[in-house]
Design a protein around this ligand. Sequence first.
Ligand SMILES: [Mg+2]
Ligand SMILES: [Zn+2]
Length: 182
Amino acid sequence: MTKNRAIILDRDGVLIEDKDYAYRIEDLELLPGVIEGLKILKEKFIFFIVTNQSGIGRGYYTEEDFHKFNDHLIKLLKNESIDIIKTYFCPHLTEDYCECKKPKTKFIKEIIKEFDVNLKESWMFGDHPSDIQFGINGGCRTVFLTSGHGEKHIDELKTLKIKPTIISSDFLSAVKEVLNFI
Ligand SMILES: [Mg+2]
Ligand SMILES: [Zn+2]
């Protein structure tokens, strides 16, 4: 039986505009090329979101606010026939030393365990070095997008010697490059 290929998506700065701790539905804004890109990818991949949401730990918004906002995004995508299988979120602060904050790999392990995923043929899409480190630690390929916070973190990648498989300025260009690997 063939295993699933997965695309693990960071949320803020990858799927939607990163507006720093956004939780109001009116602030939810899909990034260009996301719908079109996911429609292409869904022929070959299943989708997950893994997102660090320290805004919860900081008390900027509640877990309930997070769910309302995220459910709205899932619904918008569903209306386009795009299914996000599951969203994993870390509500903690760095100083909580939890096991779920990217680049820690708790969620990637859960994905492999719960869904029949071949990580070697799967991808992590992110706009932060910790997303890329998460993907590398987990054993998948990685896309670093400069669409969100990526632009300001690109030097950090070099300093930390973190090498994404692909660096791309927008979602749709990244998708086209990913297809070359299949
Ligand atoms: Mg992000
Ligand atoms: Zn956590």
